[in-house]
Design a protein around this ligand. Structure first.
Ligand SMILES: *[C@@H]1O[C@H](CO)[C@@H](O)[C@H](O)[C@H]1NC(C)=O
Ligand SMILES: *[C@@H]1O[C@H](CO)[C@@H](O)[C@H](O)[C@H]1NC(C)=O
Ligand SMILES: *[C@@H]1O[C@H](CO)[C@@H](O)[C@H](O)[C@H]1NC(C)=O
Ligand SMILES: *[C@@H]1O[C@H](CO)[C@@H](O)[C@H](O)[C@H]1NC(C)=O
Ligand SMILES: *[C@@H]1O[C@H](CO)[C@@H](O)[C@H](O)[C@H]1NC(C)=O
Ligand SMILES: *[C@@H]1O[C@H](CO)[C@@H](O)[C@H](O)[C@H]1NC(C)=O
Length: 505
């Protein structure tokens, strides 16, 4: 009887899901097409009673959040790879997943009709979509802007009297951030400056080899406070700020996009003497300070040097990292960093991959390979103490633009203003297989695997649901068994190139 009721409930939920409308652009994978009146979604999950599980699959072959409901088995199965859940071993608590409200992203979203914009924001920020809980926002311009600017480009304005938000904030970023807040009031925003105003820098430029001049350390801290004030005036509070995006680029004389160098000792001094006290004594005393905000090569020594300043270490809550370095490098440095400073959480604040084709100028729409790369990056980070994973531009156009430096990119959602459509790429589903089901406050739990060909990671959510995400990167099926000593076993046959999320009580 109970099973009948359950199957009926499952049927109702399945019936309410809106399927993907696929489109194939010939890049070894498909996108799902959304417009003003249509967008694929799956209803918020009501987890079934003990003894049953829900299994979602997305695959290179075109499955997108395809749902199957199952029952635990009691017998053993011989011919499969096995995973054993270990609820007594717990790792990091999770802060969440999200994407970035860059100038490029928000300008692109605003090229769509209001209804299509609504569908795009809904697909990222509601529980029927990605259930994003994070939004990163640049303080001023980045390379993904149409121009370089800061909020005080007036030489010598040390009192910051002329500090002023830009059109980019008022017309694009803030309205869309408010929209995101409507869909998810619990969303956490955090901000980072790519550079100080040029007049505060040693090379008087937005780019290139340059550092903050000593005499402006306090002014630059107040510049951050002003930014927090202005955004709060618009109803947006920041959960955290970082000490600046990618400090390594400003220490290289060959890179010419918005960036400012921070030597590890100097950033420690700035936090200890200026940024830390300024934020603590302001009305933003709850806003956290994160350090680093760069790729993990060099992470361990950088953090050691910064934290040799005890006061800086006290003010800094967490370590922000980017995902651009080779996987095998990052694993050890993440573990080492966690071991050295277990009280400081690690969070990935930026990753992206892909770029427009050199001949056509168009991004590889639908590429499963780029989605797979996201899946593997997320799993690896989660397996190594990282508490959150935040994608770069929420959206770009099919030329991967705009970027004033001409270094174009790719993103999980691509907008096409000509047709008033947007395309959800495999990367979108890659993140959503985690973000939807692993809310903030979830904790990673132990998962021992007999064989390592299938990648997997497991969590307990605040509601005591168990969530397991798995990826079969192979070109053949893989049979796997998941053992839960309390419930029994789940037997699955994972198709080639497929991602899976299992949820149960
Ligand atoms: C698609 O995959 C095939 C086989 O791996 C490869 O040769 C081809 O270059 C890929 N095409 C694209 C556009 O990625
Ligand atoms: C939106 O997409 C749906 C599903 O593909 C289609 O039926 C509808 O005609 C589209 N609407 C517009 C305005 O293109
Ligand atoms: C900033 O640096 C770029 C790259 O070298 C250069 O083209 C530009 O003229 C510089 N701007 C200023 C104001 O010096
Ligand atoms: C922190 O800021 C709030 C206002 O946002 C203020 O009411 C409170 O007194 C401040 N706390 C401290 C310790 O300064
Ligand atoms: C989750 O389980 C623990 C014991 O394992 C229990 O103490 C707690 O109340 C449960 N939480 C919820 C939300 O059910
Ligand atoms: C997976 O198990 C099924 C039977 O449950 C079997 O037919 C199939 O050959 C197995 N596949 C692999 C790759 O072992």
């Amino acid at each position: 009887m109970r099973r009948c009721i359950f199957l009926l409930v499952a049927w109702i939920y399945t019936a309410r899901s809106v399927p993907c409308i696929p489109r194939d652009f010939g890049n070894n994978g498909t996108v799902c097409v959304c417009n003003a009146t249509y967008c694929d979604s799956t209803p918020e999950l009501e987890v079934p009673d003990i003894g049953f599980y829900v299994h979602y699959t997305s695959s290179k072959d075109g499955l997108r959040f395809s749902r199957i409901d199952g029952v635990f088995n009691k017998e053993l199965r011989a011919d499969s790879e096995s995973f054993r859940l270990d609820f007594d071993t717990t790792f990091q608590p999770i802060h969440g997943f999200g994407g970035s409200f860059s100038d490029a992203a928000t300008m692109n979203i605003k090229t769509l009709s209001l209804d299509t914009q609504e569908n795009l924001m809904r697909t990222y920020f509601t529980k029927e979509g990605s259930n994003y809980h994070f939004g990163r926002v640049p303080i001023g311009s980045t390379d993904f802007s149409t121009r370089s600017y800061t909020y005080d480009d007036y030489e010598g304005d040390v009192s910051l009297e002329k500090f002023c938000l830009a059109d980019e904030d008022l017309l694009y970023k803030i309205p869309l951030m408010k929209k995101a807040l409507e869909f998810n009031p619990e969303i956490k925003f955090f901000a980072a400056a790519w550079t100080a105003p040029p007049w505060m820098r040693t090379n008087n430029n937005y780019t290139g080899y340059g550092f903050l001049r000593n005499e402006y350390y306090q002014v630059y801290a107040e510049y951050h406070e002003k930014f927090l004030n202005k955004y709060e005036d618009h109803g947006i509070k920041m959960w955290a700020i970082t000490t600046g995006n990618e400090p390594f680029y400003g220490m290289l004389s060959i890179t010419y996009y918005n960036s400012m160098g921070w030597l590890p000792k100097d950033v420690g001094t700035w936090v200890a003497n200026n940024l830390g006290p300024t934020i603590c004594e302001s009305r933003h005393n709850k806003t956290l300070i994160l350090v680093y905000d760069d790729s993990t090569t060099g992470l361990v020594s950088y953090i050691n040097e910064t934290f040799s300043n005890e006061l800086a270490r006290k003010y800094i809550a967490g370590i922000a990292i980017h995902g651009y370095t080779d996987a095998s490098i990052s694993e050890n440095v993440l573990d080492d960093t966690h071991e050295n400073y277990p009280e400081k959480f690690l969070i990935l604040t930026e990753y992206s991959n892909g770029s427009p084709d050199a001949d056509t100028g168009i991004v590889p729409l639908g590429s499963w390979d780029l989605g797979e790369n996201y899946i593997l990056d997320i799993i690896e980070n989660l397996q190594n103490w990282v508490t959150g994973w935040v994608d770069w531009n929420l959206a770009l156009n099919k030329y991967g633009r705009p970027n004033w430096r001409g270094i174009y990119g790719d993103s999980a959602i691509i907008v096409d203003p000509e047709t008033d459509e947007f395309y959800k790429q495999p990367k979108y589903y890659a993140i959503a297989h985690f973000s939807r089901f692993i809310p903030p406050g979830s904790v990673r739990i132990g998962l021992t695997d007999g064989l390592t060909s299938v990648k997997a990671v497991a969590f307990k959510t605040p509601k005591n649901e168990t969530v397991v995400v798995m990826y079969n990167a192979y070109l053949t099926d893989r049979n796997v068994t998941i053992y839960d000593s309390r419930r029994g076993q789940i037997w699955l046959e994972l198709p080639p190139k497929s991602i899976h999320t299992l949820i149960y009580y």
